[in-house]
Design a protein around this ligand. Structure first.
Ligand code: FAD
Length: 378
């Protein structure tokens, strides 16, 4: 049921639908987004439309120099993990020749995925997966969603069906591939020195076997193949992945500019931009834009950005849940963020409407209070 009224009335508690002159009313025609918006427009004398791009993208934070934005990406990392697995099953990509790559990547996720529920979900899959793999004849069956589709790789709340940090300003931009990059970077900063080469090959083989974009797969694999000496330090892997991503960015910067295929609100850049990490830049040539990176600083920055910062919101959530007190508050926060992301213009119109209505009610009450009491002889 959808209700309409001044915000203060919702806070104050009880609502009796039968009470006359009730300031909270139920919206009786909100079955579709269109009808709901019509209803709101009638109340407000406004003319919001579902295609109002201005409202749709108003909350998109395109401020690339705001490091705090990455905390929202932990949700995208979960979404990307689910989507990868879903594509693998849906496209029947588990074959005799690819199953080892999947196992290796799942092993990496079990230990180093930044989300606890994805680590748990992956572990559940791996336990049974190993048993099934023991019998080669089962591999064809494994590709069927019916067999592995019952597993929830990141728990029952995932997929949410939308992107947060990785949300593009157009439907066809960003999303999954952005979430996958963030997942890979977040894994790279979590592995120990001794695991770095194993993690590198797990990532390379996974992309080569399972990334649906053929061109991307090939390019990435070429970059992987150019590594001739095994990594001994996690730093080498972290910086290699960062550099590989920048090579892709550089290529796409030109491609997107000429074909107009990029997201206008999120143009590709050599990353991190100076605003995000000034200390990463030793110098930049003003003629050809060549950057002399301070690799120690870049490594420090990546570690912090994809390490601590990425999970800052998530950690709070876990902490509060464990404490059994503030869980609801944080859940509420997550829900209210969803509400902004999903129903586009309608939700914003509702928010505007309820604020306006609240302000009017408040003003009216002030007027009532400040009126002098009438004297009976007047
Ligand atoms: C492995 C892989 C290979 C790909 N290869 C191709 C390809 O060959 N051709 C193609 O058209 N598309 C390719 N894609 C998709 C493409 O790279 C983008 O993911 C897509 O265009 C969406 O871009 P985006 O603006 O969301 O930012 P993305 O490039 O997806 O980046 C996501 C986020 O990562 C951060 N970031 C950006 N650069 C770096 C960096 N160097 N190091 C660390 N973090 C960074 C930024 O915060 C950015 O918002 C590939 C994707 C992946 C995962």
């Amino acid at each position: 049921m959808l209700l309409w009224g001044p915000p203060s009335k919702f806070v104050s508690g009880s609502w009796d639908p039968k009470q006359e002159n009730n300031e909270i009313r139920s919206i009786d025609d909100g079955r579709t987004a269109d009808r709901l918006l019509n209803w709101i427009n009638k109340q407000m004398g406004s003319s919001y439309g579902l295609d109002d791009e201005k409202y749709e993208n108003e909350h998109l934070n395109t401020n690339i120099s705001d490091p705090g934005q990455i905390a929202r990406a932990v949700y995208d990392v979960e979404e990307a993990t689910f989507t990868s697995f879903d594509i693998i099953l849906g496209q029947k990509m588990i074959k005799l020749e690819t199953r080892a790559s999947l196992t290796k990547f799942l092993q990496l996720l079990v230990v180093h995925h930044p989300s606890r529920r994805c680590r748990k979900g992956t572990a559940e899959i791996l336990v049974d997966f190993d048993d099934l793999l023991a019998n080669k004849k089962e591999v064809a069956g494994l590709s069927q969603k019916g067999v592995l589709g019952n597993y929830q790789i990141c728990g029952k709340e995932i997929p949410r069906g939308y992107w947060m940090f990785c949300r593009g300003s157009k439907n066809e931009t960003r999303g999954f591939s952005c979430g996958l990059w963030v997942l890979l970077h977040s894994l790279s900063v979590r592995v120990d020195d001794g695991e770095s080469h194993m993690a590198f090959t797990a990532v390379c083989d996974f992309i080569h076997s399972f990334f649906i974009c053929e061109e991307c797969r090939q390019h990435f694999y070429d970059m992987c193949s150019s590594v001739s000496t095994p990594f001994k330090k996690s730093r080498e892997f972290v910086l290699w992945l960062w550099n590989a991503h920048n090579k892709v960015n550089e290529r796409l910067m030109k491609e997107e500019a000429s074909l107009g295929t990029g997201d206008p609100k999120f143009p590709k850049v050599i990353w991190p931009p100076k605003q995000l990490c000034p200390s990463c830049y030793r110098s930049q040539n003003s003629k050809d834009n060549h950057i002399d990176w301070d690799h120690d600083e870049v490594f420090k920055f990546l570690n912090n950005y994809y390490g601590k910062m990425l999970i800052s919101l998530y950690k709070d959530k876990e902490h509060l849940r464990d404490g059994q007190t503030g869980g609801v508050v944080v859940e509420d926060l997550a829900v209210s963020t969803n509400a902004v992301v999903v129903p586009v213009g309608a939700a914003l119109a509702i928010a505007v409407a309820s604020c306006a209505f609240g302000a009017l009610a408040c003003y009216w009450r002030q007027q009532q209070k400040s009126r002098k009491p009438r004297r009976s002889w007047n």
